[in-house]
Design a protein around this ligand. Structure first.
Ligand code: SF4
Length: 325
């Protein structure tokens, strides 16, 4: 049984926007009461429209933002309130790959320097060893050793992302959060980068949290998928089950919009009405009620809790579940 690496319990990121003497404090509910776990070697996909809280959740997990409530456990240790000093050693174990690789690559340094930096920070090896490790990283991500002397701007988008991946795996982490890591790439390059991530995952037993707004991308890489809406997980189950038989009306609409090549397998697309409401002023009750094609009276008053279907590892937050039980 693979080890549980990450355990997230009731995590929230409520960002205070205003707090004056004369008016009530207002909050942006970027992440709200999110719980899930992640095992070694597993890929958890996180999907939802932009602004649903996926990236804020990713940054909170890595303590790039201090959570406003909840707990983050890594290998059984509560890291929720780790200081930045304590996080330095934990960064060996948990890494992030951004959509724009330049967010993590210093454009004024050569690729060789960028890849040796993690070893320098953690005082690993001597200069000769560090250079050799950097060259090995380049080979591992499919780039020539000559790339050591070049600067990031000399590479294509896909190559830059390979450099970002090389840097992320340098210290042999256990968890990598891929925050829209392939979203800006052409489809053929996307496939190459995903294949690279999958082969590194197998080789290193990496656990991945794969964030994307494109559900077809997430489908191919994930073991389980969590669907987020306005900061909350509304459905969480195996990728196969989610894509074959989604239960939450929001997941159903998202999945119906995925293009299908085979015309015999095409289903009617469910077009959601209206825009995603503001995360500052969410609809009462179920936050999806203003756009849900199956909305009932109780949905506008009672917020559905995320709960498991009987005997199944399938979680859903929708009052319709009561009719399935
Ligand atoms: Fe739709 Fe009601 Fe379910 Fe919310 S709880 S998703 S409004 S049916």
């Amino acid at each position: 049984m693979p080890e549980t690496l990450l355990e997230v319990r009731h995590l929230s990121q409520h960002i205070k926007l205003s707090d004056s003497w004369f008016s009530k404090a207002s909050y942006l509910y970027a992440v709200d009461d999110v719980s899930f776990s992640l095992k070694a070697g597993e890929t958890l996909g996180l999907v939802g429209e932009s602004g649903c809280g996926k990236s804020t959740l990713a940054r909170s997990l890595l303590k790039l933002m201090e959570p406003s409530a909840g707990r983050i456990m890594f290998q059984g240790q509560d890291i929720t309130h780790y200081t930045s000093k304590q996080m330095v050693s934990l960064r060996k174990e948990m890494q992030i790959i951004f959509q724009d690789p330049m967010d993590s690559l210093n454009g004024r340094h050569t690729v060789g320097n960028i890849l040796q930096e993690p070893f320098e920070i953690h005082q690993m090896g001597d200069a000769k060893q560090r250079r050799q490790w950097a060259e090995e990283l380049l080979v591992k991500v499919g780039l020539p050793v000559e790339a050591m002397e070049k600067y990031p701007h000399e590479f294509s988008g896909g190559q830059k992302q390979r450099i970002g991946i090389a840097r992320a795996i340098a210290l042999k982490p256990k968890v990598i959060v891929c925050d829209e890591a392939v979203s800006a790439l052409d489809m053929s390059v996307q496939a190459q980068i995903m294949n690279l991530l999958l082969s590194l995952q197998q080789e290193m037993q990496l656990a991945l949290i794969f964030i994307a707004h494109d559900l077809s991308v997430v489908k191919h890489i994930s073991d389980r998928v969590a669907v987020m809406y306005l900061g909350k997980i509304v459905e969480l189950t195996s990728a196969q089950r989610l894509y074959e038989a989604p239960l939450h009306p929001y997941s159903q609409a998202l999945i119906s919009a995925i293009p299908v090549a085979d015309p015999r397998k095409r289903k009617a697309r469910q077009v959601l009405q209206g825009d995603v409401p503001s995360a500052i002023n969410r609809p009462q009750g179920c936050h999806f009620s203003s756009r849900c094609p199956k909305v009932m009276d109780r949905c506008k008053e009672q917020a559905p809790q995320l709960k498991a279907l009987a005997n199944e590892a399938h979680l859903i937050a929708c009052h319709l579940v009561d009719e399935l039980d």
